[in-house]
Write a new protein. Structure first.
Length: 158
C-alpha cells in the first residue's frame, strides 16, 4: 500500500478514537509499519504543574496510541489490537509550551502478537522525551457500526 493510502487509513482510524480527537492528535506520516503523530500545544496537558510540564499520563497515552497506530499502518486492514504490555523510559521532562511528536514502528507481527517500539520528542528526535516498547494482541476484529466485527464482514467501517 502506498504512503498516501496508509495516511488516509490512519486518519480514518484516528477519527474513531475520542481521546485522540480531544487531545488534538494529528498524523504527520504513515508508511509501512511506521507512523508519526503530533500532539499540538495545549495548556491543559500540563495538569496541575505550575512549571507547565506535560503530565506523564498524556505521554503514556501518546505512546500507546502511536505504537498501536504503527500496527495499523502495517496491516492491510485496520485490526483491533489491545495493548498487552507498554514499557516507557522517561528520559527528560516535556515542556507543555510546544508540540510533541511521537514516532513508532511495528517491527514484528506474529499470528497473535504485534511488537512495536517508539519515542517522543519536541525539537530534536535525537533528544527524546520518552522511549518505549510495547506489545499488542491481534484480535482478528475491526471496527463496525455496532462495535467490533470480524475483519472482512459487511458491517466493517474501516
Amino acid at each position: 500500500m502506498d504512503e498516501q493510502k496508509r495516511l488516509t487509513q490512519a486518519n480514518n482510524f484516528l477519527q474513531i478514537l475520542p481521546h485522540c480527537k480531544k487531545l488534538g492528535m494529528k498524523i504527520i506520516t504513515a508508511s509501512d509499519g511506521k507512523l508519526t503523530l503530533e500532539l499540538p500545544y495545549n495548556p491543559e496537558i500540563s495538569g496541575m504543574d505550575p512549571e507547565g510540564y506535560v503530565h506523564g499520563g498524556i505521554l503514556t497515552t501518546l505512546m500507546d496510541t502511536v505504537c498501536g497506530f504503527s500496527i495499523t499502518s502495517s496491516l492491510p486492514v485496520p485490526e483491533f489490537c489491545p495493548t498487552l504490555d507498554l514499557r516507557i523510559d522517561h528520559m527528560r521532562r516535556a515542556n507543555a509550551k510546544g508540540s510533541i511528536f511521537a514516532w513508532a514502528e511495528c517491527y514484528k507481527i506474529t499470528r497473535s502478537v504485534c511488537f512495536t517500539r517508539g519515542y517522543a520528542y519536541q525539537d530534536d528526535p535525537n533528544d527524546p522525551i520518552v522511549h518505549c516498547v510495547a506489545t499488542f494482541m491481534r484480535s482478528g476484529k475491526t471496527w463496525g457500526a455496532g462495535g467490533f466485527v470480524k475483519i472482512g464482514s459487511k458491517e466493517a467501517i474501516l
